[in-house]
Design a protein around this ligand. Sequence first.
Ligand code: MN
Length: 249
Amino acid sequence: MPPLASAWDAVLYDGVLRKGTAMTAFVFPAPVQPSVAVAGQSARFPVRRIFCVGRNYAEHAREMGHDPSAEPPFFFTKPADALVASGEHIAYPVGTLDFHHEAELVVALGSGGSDVPAASALALIWGYAAGNDLTRRDVQSAAKAARRPWDMSKGFDRSAVVGAIRSAQAGAPSGHIRCLVDGVVKQDADLAEMIWPVAQIVSHLSRLVELRQGDLIFTGTPAGVGPIAAGQTCEVQINGLEPAVVHVT
Ligand code: MN
């Protein structure tokens, strides 16, 4: 890419007029950039999009009534402003009587691309975090039955708990992934049980959308999903990562 002549050139460079640069005036203040804490440093990880994988552990696929060997990975999204930091208190969400936890490894991308081969996909990863894909299970079940979208069961406000991101320089996490509700273990599996490993997930997703720096990918949950009640605390633990804790009020 040649040197940029001005900030205005920069916003036009990839062919899309991108708002949010210093030269753009808004009719009201632009929303705050969603971000996640980084373990061991004060600078935060700015989040662009949140993608999630469905049914990536065989036991969980079976508990939801599906054949884990029959399907390629599939994806849904949450808005970036659904992020919840570890340790936050959130209100029991409106619109559900069956609010569920889903413990997941979250991948944070430091660079992007399209049609990324699995062999080079891990090079895109900036870091890893523990996450909780909070779900309105009753709304999801109704959507499935009616063949309607999942957005309001998955992409609602304060539905994406993410713990501090650990740099990928420390290596890819391996070992246990657990979810505890008020200290009682509800989900307990090993990251090696994923049907689609992280490199395959990134590669598949990059064939559907152009991935970019700042994207997060929730990589699916093991068996044992279940309810969280008001007054309870839910903690996701992944070997080598900061926990992702949420208090429901
Ligand atoms: Mn999930």
